[in-house]
Every structure is written in C-alpha cells, then in structure tokens.
Design a protein around this ligand. Sequence first.
Ligand code: FMN
Length: 357
Amino acid sequence: MKPNRDFLQKLGVRYPLIQAPMGGGCSTPAMAVAVCEAGGLGTLAAAYLSPEDILQATAEIRRGTGRAFGVNLFAPLPVPPRPTDTLAALEALQPVHAELGLPPPQLPQQPMYSFDEQLAACLEGGPAVFSFTFGLLPASAADAIKARGCFLIGTATTVNEAIALHDSGVDAVVAQGAEAGAHRGTFAVSFAEGLIGTMALVPQVVDAVPIPVIASGGIMDGRGVVAALALGASAVQMGTAFLTTDEAMIPAAYKEALLTTAEDRTRITTAFSGRAARGIVNHFMEQAESSPNAILPYPWQNALTRPMRTAAAKAGRAEYLSLWAGQGVRLARRTDATALVQRVMAEAKTIAARLSM
Ligand SMILES: Cc1cc2nc3c(=O)[nH]c(=O)nc-3n(C[C@H](O)[C@H](O)[C@H](O)COP(=O)(O)O)c2cc1C
C-alpha cells in the first residue's frame, strides 16, 4: 500500500496522519508541536479563540517546531437572532448553576468572535494548512487563504457536500463519518441524513471528487489507518485518540470518562451547544434533551452552557461537561502525542506489510 507521496509533500508531512483540531482546549499548541515533530500534521483549533489568543498559540507552535502545521476555524454561519424565549433553557441550567456555586445563568449578548478577525489572526500565524468545518467559506476568505499559500481543507459528511467543497476550490476534503467525536460538519442536509459511517462515506467521496480525501471518524490505531488508506483515503484525521494524550488539556474527569466508557455510550446531542455533536451520555445531556425548548439554537446554547462547563471542569464534575468522544472510544490509550503518532504508524506499517501478500 503506497501512501500518496505528492499529497504528503504538499502538506509538508512524513505520515498521512493529521491530529484533529479540537476546540475548547482539548487540543493544544503543545499537542500540535509534538505531532508535527513526530511526522504528522498538528492542528490548532482556533474557532473558540480570540484573535489575540490565536496569535499567541500560533507563535507557540512556531517556537516549538519548524515544521508545517494547520489551523482550523468554523465556516462563518449566519448567527440566528438572539433568542427571546429563553425561559426553559435558563430553568434547566438554574439548579446546575446553584449546585456549582455559579450566579444564575444569563445569555451573553455576543455568542462568538468575528470570523474575519479570527481568519486574519490565523493567517498571520503562518500555518501551511487551513482547515474548516460546518460549511463553505465565502470566496473572499478562500482567496485570502490561498493568497498566503495555504493548503485548504474543508469538511464533508456526504458525497454532495464533498462535491460542493471541491467546486468551491478546496485542495482536499475531510470525509467525516458518523462515528466521529464532537460536532458534525454537516451543512447541506439534516444532521440525521448526514450520519454516514466512515467505511461507507470514504470510498464514495473518493469516487466523487478528484482531490485527496482525508478519512475521519472512529480511527484510533494502525488498523484504522490501513483501512482508511485501503478505502482510497490519502490520510486520516484522528481526534478522540488524541484526547487521552498528556498534551490534551481536558479535565481529569473527562479523561477518566474516555478511558472507562464503551462504544455504546456515546450519542449525538444538541444539549451543550445547540448543534449536533457526539459525546458520552451524561446527566446534563439527558436532562436538557428531556425538557422541551430547553436547548437554544447554536451558537447561543454553546455560549449559555459555557460557564457551567468551565465550572464543572474545575470541580471535576463529569455529569456537567461536554464529554465529546467518537465511537472508537474504547480504543483510547493513555499516552503522549509523540508516542501515539509513532505507535499508530508502526502498527499501520506492520499491518500493511502483512496484507501485501
Ligand atoms: C473534542 C473534539 C473537538 C473537535 N473540534 C473540532 C474543531 O474545532 N474543528 C474541526 O474541524 N473538527 C473538530 N472535531 C472533529 C474532528 O475534526 C474529527 O472529525 C473527529 O475527531 C474524528 O473522529 P474521532 O474523534 O473518532 O477520531 C473535534 C473532535 C473532538 C473529539
């Protein structure tokens, strides 16, 4: 099985392994540095960072490695008007806030940073690769990214989304299967329709678009890498597997949940952010889903639940954390990011050699 050398060269990496950008501090500059130095592509998740924090984080990566790295943002979706009927959502959070010693919940005025300012900071940060999810980029943004010489990667959960991304001018596409941890990249169909398993999605996307395809969702070890390459992918993007590395800045309670849960304990929920995302089932997820109107649209719900998640992280309360995880979670290993890349690639080589009979 021969890797797509041309693609790896364009990405500036040795191995066909991309560390998924994981927002909310899950992936860190230290993780990106370790992955780049180990031969993969480390990525900064910039969507929840202020422009100043993006500049700081990219500078930290550049200080740690001279190798190519990626940055990632969410495509700028129209933000729905600030909801006025917030009673049920606030009532669902009120007892949790009281329990965690927080003031009563309040909906912020602004749910997120300006995309244009984040993009400017990302490009200033000197990445070799720019990836995005949740939709298509405005042409002006894509042009600005390409003008900087960045390799541009979009995220698809269906064949039609991959075609739309290709038509918009991306250089490669992440095919995100239903197994994937955290938010769905779906943008052209309903979230339910966009739940295609990685095994089915990757070869159909490979057949549909003449650009490299990066398989994502449920890939945790060398077996997953070889399987993805066999399906025609040019690389893999792994998220959940990196959550249990030393470099992941997630609360100990979250790491513990990842290392003790099973493949049948994750599901897609909108409880934490208002947008479909896969995580380990916990108390808040079940409580919010059970009361009608208790979940505001994205990104308002995300902004509303942020204080709860931050306080729960400090208090080690897993029942109030968004425990994002993919279906491969039982294969998560406690290790560091360098060792993970080395081990996954060593496993992949052994398996590929065994298969090439
Ligand atoms: C905690 C977490 C946060 C994520 N945040 C982002 C993000 O900010 N941007 C993005 O493009 N993908 C994000 N993803 C999705 C990954 O890019 C990828 O599709 C997914 O992790 C693959 O599935 P796996 O978790 O089974 O490896 C995130 C995934 C996880 C687990």
